[in-house]
Design a protein around this ligand. Structure first.
Ligand SMILES: [Ca+2]
Length: 440
């Protein structure tokens, strides 16, 4: 019998590095197996055999790096398919009208770029349209600042309803509008309007029932928001928390914005019946303050709230809104900072005026309409930072009051060329449907 075996020779494989001792000499399994196969006296050839073994190992390593898939041919096809799929997606991104799987709406749902025309005027001969909402059955409602609520059927027939007690004075009038998140069950429609009361102009939010084209007033949600011929705010939207957010202006009295007991120059947050949510920051309707004239509200896919705001001379703002925070007006503007006050995420600089109004989140950006800028702006987001502001459709349609995303994936632009500050075309104002593929 050969020397002392530390393992059974029959279980000794080429890769086994255990050592056995035979006749007083140390053998590895490799030594043992090679000798078994070749019949060569291993002691005198041992160094040669190690050289052959090392060359073989180097050869295997070389082949692996040259063709990493050769050991795993089954997975290779999957890798290739994945690469080809990535190529296809990359190509699709360059072609408007194709499926764009990375575009998501504010609820985090995938949306598809529609295949219709790039631009189409869907309504014209309007007068200062301010807000547009889509009813569940394909009809639309539009507010006109003079006090008209337009009920637009699917084929574009318009029925106009005059809202009572609207005072169209300067920038005031019938402004914002919102459908209740459960509109299909309760038919609640909210309107933000300016009214004249003893002592002057105020703004209020009223709730209506809108059923089969019939409007009936339900209740006042919030009253006596300071109003004026300028800076009436007016945008409303229900947030991801199903609460009603209302943007109000300083009504031409800047100090009201820092007064947390005033409803002016604020973003307010209410339950759907007008009561105050338990987690509002100051136990009042106020959610954030220090605003001059915010007119756009939008939530991104992470449920961050963004608001556009008119600055005094240029220095228009896009702000990331958080509960209880002070956005500075009139103490700071532009690049100025102060303790306890928020800098805007982006402002237009000292030389450029956006005059920003309605806003919507789309595919990683806040798009917002510019009145003086006559541009659809796109603020590209990275988290809660704005990394770039792009300009679209500059001077093509004049002053833009709002941009709304429709249920079928189109943008709708509302012009504001008849508000006394524009140069209206004969068929202004308009609502223009824009294929967002134009911007992607
Ligand atoms: Ca500010």
């Amino acid at each position: 019998m050969p020397g002392q075996l530390m393992f059974k020779q029959s279980s000794c494989s080429l890769l086994d590095v255990r050592i056995l001792v035979e006749g007083g000499s140390r053998l590895t399994c490799l030594d043992y197996r090679v000798r078994q196969v070749s019949g060569v006296g291993f002691m005198k050839n041992r160094n040669l055999l190690w050289v052959i073994f090392l060359v073989a190992v180097i050869g295997v390593v070389y082949l692996f790096y040259q063709q990493p898939g050769w050991l795993t041919a089954g997975e290779d096809d999957e890798i290739l398919e994945e690469l080809e799929e990535n190529d296809r997606l990359e190509q699709d991104r360059e072609v408007p009208g194709k499926l764009e799987p990375e575009i998501i709406d504010e609820n985090g749902q995938e949306i598809t770029i529609p295949e219709g025309p790039e631009r189409e005027v869907v309504l014209d001969n309007l007068s200062i349209p301010w807000e547009l909402v889509f009813l569940p059955d394909g009809e639309k409602l539009v507010t006109e600042r003079a006090g008209n609520l337009l009920y637009v059927s699917e084929d574009g027939q318009v029925e106009s309803m005059q809202i009572e007690r609207v005072e169209h004075a300067g920038e005031g009038g019938l402004l914002g509008m919102a459908l209740h998140p459960d509109f299909t069950e309760n038919n609640y429609l909210y309107l933000y309007l300016t009214a004249r009361v003893e002592g002057g102009l105020i703004n209020r939010v009223e709730r209506y029932h809108f059923i089969d084209g019939e409007l009936s007033k339900d209740t006042v949600i919030i009253d006596d928001i300071p109003g004026g011929t300028t800076h009436d705010g007016g945008r409303m939207a229900f947030g991801p928390d199903s609460l009603l957010y209302i943007a109000t202006g300083d009504a031409g009295v800047p100090d009201l914005s820092q007064d947390r007991d005033s409803l002016a120059g604020k973003i307010l947050r209410l339950e759907d019946d007008g009561s105050i949510p338990d987690d509002n920051p100051f136990g009042s309707e106020v959610y954030s303050y220090g605003h001059r004239n915010p007119q756009g509200l939008a939530w991104d896919s992470e449920s961050n709230l963004w608001a556009t705001e008119h600055g005094p001379i240029a220095q228009d703002e896009l702000n990331h809104i958080e509960s209880g925070k002070n956005y500075g007006w009139p103490a700071i503007e532009g690049d100025q900072s102060a303790p306890g006050m928020e800098d805007p995420a982006m402002h237009s600089g000292t030389d450029e005026t956006w005059a920003p109004s309605g806003a919507v989140y789309y595919d990683g950006s806040i798009f917002f309409a510019g009145l003086r800028g006559a541009t659809l702006y796109e603020a590209v987001l990275s988290g809660t930072e704005v990394v770039e502001v792009k300009s679209h459709l500059q001077d093509e349609y004049g002053r833009l009051r709002n941009v709304v995303l429709g249920p079928e994936g189109y943008f709708y632009l509302l012009t504001s060329n008849r508000d006394g500050r524009g140069s209206p075309a004969p068929d202004d104002d308009k609502i223009i449907r824009i294929n967002p593929g134009l911007f992607r």
